[in-house]
Design a protein around this ligand. Structure first.
Ligand code: 5GP
Length: 399
């Protein structure tokens, strides 16, 4: 085995260094980017953050919420073409919604159906766990020929030569970077394969940006996976990511779909229920459940009843799982193949409220990061950012 001697870095291995600057206040930092693409003739402007196309986070409600921030949602693969068309018809903001596909023929058929209805081609995310096969490059190139106008993102890979291969021979505009960094991913544990995400972003963006097809048209990358806190998103942009994709950070927000667990809370309202059964056991059970039992005596005109507290349902936690986990394979592919193993984990994520609050936190972190290092925009962040290697990034225990 050949060993590369240089230690590769992850988000926790560095801190960005503040620098004196004439840069504007946080308020004036520009978080929007405008991109032209290597192949697609489209131009895109917005906040270059994407919700992952996992079935919990790549949802229609997420697309509505993130569009309010001019950010992107990659819809998961399990929506039908009809559901996607209905959504586009109603909300009409295709610029910030990417349609995800795998490598199946039915995926291409579904894209054609969407195209026919939209009268133009949607942005496409071609997503498979291992983007290193020749077959994958060929498939991406076929999709490019069929949908020449689409912005095509494809992955995942984590090394420069494959980034260039996908852009030059696969017709891809944005290469999705990340093998094994994801919060619901166990690839590194099962296979020993991966690449520290910060170094992957630095090396792959360098390779992509070196490929140009015209004025302002170059290869781009999306850093996918491993962001746990706003600081990681800042570091990904500082390392020259063009887009950053988030799964776990958005998981547990109100806009997620899937298996929720609920709290039952008393909300102070009482409901009257007539009491037809009066056995001692039944009455005792109602009382234990918080009910107040009223059995009027003969002189009263009221009927026997119980006052029960009205319960309201509050989201408590979401089941979040990797798309290669046994859980997802059972749900969509009738189980994991005999020759494969699960490469995803299942977690319970506490309810986090609206996705808008997570996005606000990230936007605030990005603005502040730019102001600290002297950048007036996230476009300038990689040029202004200097990082130091560290052994500890922050104080993580209570005193
Ligand atoms: P996160 O933001 O949660 O750290 O990472 C999200 C990314 O993890 C996704 O966009 C996807 O690329 C990756 N991912 C999702 N499910 C799985 C899985 O089951 N196995 C692996 N290896 N990666 C996954």
């Amino acid at each position: 085995m050949k060993i590369v001697d240089e230690i590769k870095l992850d988000f926790d291995d560095i801190l960005l260094v503040p620098a004196r600057s004439p840069a504007a206040s946080r308020k004036q930092v520009n978080l929007k980017r405008t991109y032209k693409f290597f192949h697609s003739p489209k131009e895109w402007t917005g906040l270059p953050i994407m919700a992952a196309n996992m079935d919990t986070t790549g949802t229609f409600p997420m697309a509505v919420a993130l569009n309010n921030h001019d950010a992107i949602t990659c819809l998961h693969k399990h929506y039908s073409a009809k559901q996607i068309n209905d959504y586009f018809e109603y909300y009409n903001h295709e610029k910030n919604v990417w349609v995800s596909i795998g490598m199946g023929n039915q995926d291409i058929a579904s894209l054609h159906t969407i195209c026919q209805q939209l009268h133009h081609s949607p942005n496409i995310c071609i997503d498979i766990a291992n983007g290193y096969t020749e077959k994958f490059v060929g498939f991406c190139s076929d999709v490019r020929k069929l949908f020449p106008d689409s912005i095509i993102m494809a992955g995942n890979v984590c090394t420069p030569e494959m980034v260039q291969e996908l852009i030059l021979h696969g017709g891809v505009d944005i290469v999705k970077i990340g093998i094994g960094p994801g919060s619901a991913c166990t690839t590194r544990l099962k296979t020993g394969v991966g690449y520290p995400q910060l170094s992957a972003i630095i090396e792959c963006s360098h390779a992509a940006h070196g490929l140009k097809s015209g004025e302002g048209r170059m290869g781009l990358i999306c850093a996918d996976g491993g962001c746990r806190i706003p600081a990681d998103v800042c570091k990904a942009f500082a390392a020259n990511a063009d887009f950053v994709m988030l799964g776990g950070m958005l998981a547990g927000t109100n806009e997620c779909e899937g298996e929720w667990e609920y709290h039952l809370d008393k909300d102070g309202v009482w409901i009257r229920q007539e009491l037809y059964e009066r056995s001692d056991d039944f009455v005792a059970a109602l009382a234990r459940g918080g009910g107040v039992v009223n059995i009027p005596n003969d002189s009263m005109t009221d009927s026997p009843h119980v006052m029960l507290p009205k319960m309201s349902k509050q989201k408590k936690s979401l089941l979040f799982y990797g798309m290669s986990s046994d859980k997802a394979q059972d749900k969509y592919n009738s189980g994991t193949n005999d020759y494969a193993t699960s490469e995803g984990r299942v977690k319970t994520i506490p309810y986090k409220g609206a996705a808008a609050s997570i996005m606000k936190d990230i936007e605030g972190g990005l603005r502040s990061c730019c102001a600290y290092v002297g950048a007036t925009s996230i476009k300038d962040l990689p040029k202004c950012a200097k990082a130091v290697k560290v052994n500890r990034t922050h104080f993580d225990r209570t005193v």
